[in-house]
Design a protein around this ligand. Structure first.
Ligand code: SF4
Length: 121
């Protein structure tokens, strides 16, 4: 009888997919983070999410920025503010929040208008 080694269950964490090396950024690049992909990946199961690609924006694409207006904060095209992505991003965010209920945490890409939580232009 052979001894079976238990594989520890990894903790499920959501993550901005560009941090894992996915080429989904506005310029076709990524923001792969070696600490995440080489060290923390041993302990966590990452669930990649890219809201901008998920709502149908292409790669490459125009950059988005957040603007404060009388209706609240809107996510609009940096060059063409008449392009308003807010409703689609909000709908997607609510859907994902419901679908990804089993997550234990989330790693957000800093400064992104769609993923970032602070220092967002
Ligand atoms: S929307 Fe989020 S995951 Fe997608 S490229 Fe921007 S920061 Fe990365």
């Amino acid at each position: 009888m052979s001894a079976q080694k238990d594989t520890p269950e990894r903790i499920r964490i959501g993550i901005s997919s560009c941090l894992l090396g996915a080429e989904v950024r506005f310029d076709g690049g990524h923001k792969r983070d070696a600490y995440l992909t080489e060290t923390l990946a041993r302990y966590f199961e990452f669930v990649p999410v890219c809201p901008e690609v998920a709502i149908g924006l292409g790669v490459p694409r125009e950059t988005i920025r957040l603007v404060r207006c009388p209706q609240g904060i809107r996510a609009v095209g940096a060059r063409d503010p008449s392009q308003d992505f807010t409703d689609r991003l909000e709908t997607y965010g609510r859907r994902m929040a419901a679908e990804l209920k089993g997550l234990c945490g989330y790693v957000f890409k800093r400064a992104s208008p769609s993923c970032g939580m602070e220092r967002v232009r």
